[in-house]
Design a protein around this ligand. Structure first.
Ligand code: GNR
Ligand code: NI
Length: 172
């Protein structure tokens, strides 16, 4: 059980491409436990390992609406198999881009192949928020943030706000 610090933009680590996990061992399970603790503490619905500074292809997620009913999901080395051509729009936020939100279009449905908490191969058919969230998280594994899909103008406005936010916290 450990809540870690979530990295925020601008930070070079967030732009790194994460490395595949060779084998799901106790180490990876401890990392997944810490990621989940960190995600719950920040009231997020998903978290990629790189957001706490670990460049491994690991994602945790919990889309349960009831905070008392935990439904943790773990994805190691996820690969998207089938992307729907149809798009869905969601207002996205990111724990690494604090207090900024924007509508993003992504494939409405996708199939994801991955290893679970025990290293067992799984296939998931995702749609709705699950599909959006898994694609948002898998972008983190490639060093991509949702703000990268916005126009240059919107992105620079957000970048400005974020650096202001950072300089303010530095004073506190
Ligand atoms: O907590 C989160 N909410 C969210 C809302 C819409 C689309 C994606 C997300 S993921 C985000 C947590 C996060 O930053 N994960 O990387
Ligand atoms: Ni994010």
């Amino acid at each position: 059980m450990a809540v870690k610090t979530i990295l925020t933009e601008p930070n070079k680590l967030l732009r790194q491409v994460s490395k595949p996990v060779e084998k799901v061992t106790k180490n990876e399970q401890i990392l997944m436990d810490d990621m989940l603790d960190t995600m719950y503490a920040a009231n997020g619905i998903g978290l990629a390992a790189i957001q706490i500074g670990v460049p491994k292809r690991i994602i945790v997620m919990d889309l349960s609406k009831d905070p008392k009913k935990k439904e943790p999901r773990y994805f190691v080395n996820p690969v998207i198999k089938n992307k729907n051509l149809e798009k869905a729009t969601y207002e996205e936020g990111c724990l690494s881009v604090p207090n900024q939100f924007a509508e993003i279009d992504r494939p409405k449905q996708c199939d994801v192949e991955y290893l679970d908490y025990n290293g067992k191969k799984q296939l998931l058919k995702a749609d709705g928020l699950l599909a959006t969230c898994i694609q948002h998280e898998m972008d983190h594994l490639e060093g991509i943030l949702f703000i990268d899909y916005l126009s240059k103008l919107k992105r620079s406005m957000i970048a400005k706000k974020l650096s202001k936010l950072k300089s303010n916290t530095a004073i506190l």
